[in-house]
Design a protein around this ligand. Structure first.
Ligand code: F6P
Length: 326
């Protein structure tokens, strides 16, 4: 007889999660499952902000995803609020203040530009104490994160959770209506064979970032073929997830269009950096870990390079050697 699968609820009950953390994670999981079912309906489900042929007002996928998360998190007594890409200010979800309150950093639908083509996308979350009130908590560095992870909406729906210095993965089972544990203690390989970058933009990167990429691409296997392959979907969650499993590097350095970097510190770079650190990988802005960056405002952007230690360290070394000594 097969052993019963471990659901997310079982897993959280068996491990050292506080009640507020457990309920917040379960609320995120419920919202993730709902979003997966909206996305599975494809273009029947939503169109960007106009009335459909039935005279119904239909909304953007990003707004729908944000609404699902906010609705679920609003039921959790220990969750004080959400800093979401879709909301200008941190949003208070709980009416009563408690000592152990949490703030959720959220990118409700990462890579949603892919959805016109029914492509890959995800949701990213980080969970930190809401100490000092929401406005102050929204400006804490990523070192304050206690938990982080993401949902990947693909041929199946996956939830990846980094907690207590390990990373576990859960697959959504629609028949069961639950996420079940499928992979334990994921480790990002020390060195990999793939790179994920928007290569068309590389000619507008800094010279040091360009030479790092050229150097990476010039490496060969024993039989003389290229060591690295390019894999890029345009959705951070999907690209980073593959790098996490197979090793290699995802890079979105500063470029001409985004001199500060494109990705958002609080709800893209930090949660993903937290996941990679817990899996034995690495992340950098080129100067420092994103987790150490003091956000000037809640929606700040940073350059982001993450993946296997080897490739990320090479990027940092290239940036360092291009800087006057500091
Ligand atoms: O931040 C949104 C996002 O879609 C990320 O998920 C992705 O990594 C990046 O932007 C893609 O940007 P570009 O279309 O410039 O390659």
């Amino acid at each position: 007889m097969l052993a019963r699968e471990l659901t997310l609820t079982d897993y959280l009950g068996d491990s050292a999660f506080s009640s507020a953390e457990t309920h917040t994670l379960l609320a995120l999981a419920r919202a993730g499952a709902r979003i997966a079912s909206v996305l599975a309906r494809g273009k029947r489900a939503a169109f960007a902000g106009h009335d459909n042929v039935h005279g119904e007002h239909v909304r953007d996928y990003d707004v729908i995803a944000n609404d699902h998360f906010v609705k679920e998190l609003s039921q959790v007594p220990g969750c004080a609020g959400v800093l979401s890409e879709e909301l200008a200010e941190p949003f208070r979800t709980a009416s009563h203040q408690r000592a152990d309150e949490l703030l959720v950093f959220l990118d409700p639908l990462d890579g949603s530009a892919n959805l016109d083509a029914h492509g890959l996308c995800g949701s990213i979350f980080g969970i930190a104490p809401a100490t000092g009130g929401l406005t102050a908590a929204a400006l804490q560095t990523g070192q304050g994160l206690r938990l982080a992870g993401y949902f990947l909406y693909s041929s199946a729906t996956l939830m990846v959770l980094a907690a207590h210095e390990r990373v576990d993965a859960f697959l959504y089972d629609p028949a069961l209506g639950a996420f079940t544990l499928i992979e334990q203690n994921l480790r990002c390989p020390e060195r990999g064979k793939l790179y994920a970058v928007n290569e068309a933009r590389a000619r507008t990167w800094s010279p040091s970032a360009q030479s790092w990429l050229d150097q990476l691409k010039s490496q060969s296997t024993a039989d003389g073929g290229p060591r690295y392959s390019l894999r890029y979907t345009g959705a951070l969650v999907a690209d980073a997830h593959r790098v996490l499993l197979e090793g290699g590097v995802f890079a979105y350095p500063a470029d001409a269009a985004s001199p500060q970097g494109k990705l958002r510190l609080q709800y893209e770079a930090n949660p993903m950096s937290f996941v990679f650190r817990a899996a034995g990988g690495a992340a950098t802005t080129g100067r420092t870990s994103p987790l150490d960056v003091e956000p000037p405002h809640p929606h700040a952007r940073v350059p982001l390079v993450l993946g296997s230690r080897h490739e990320v360290e090479r990027f940092e070394a290239a940036e360092r050697s291009a800087r006057p000594s500091d």
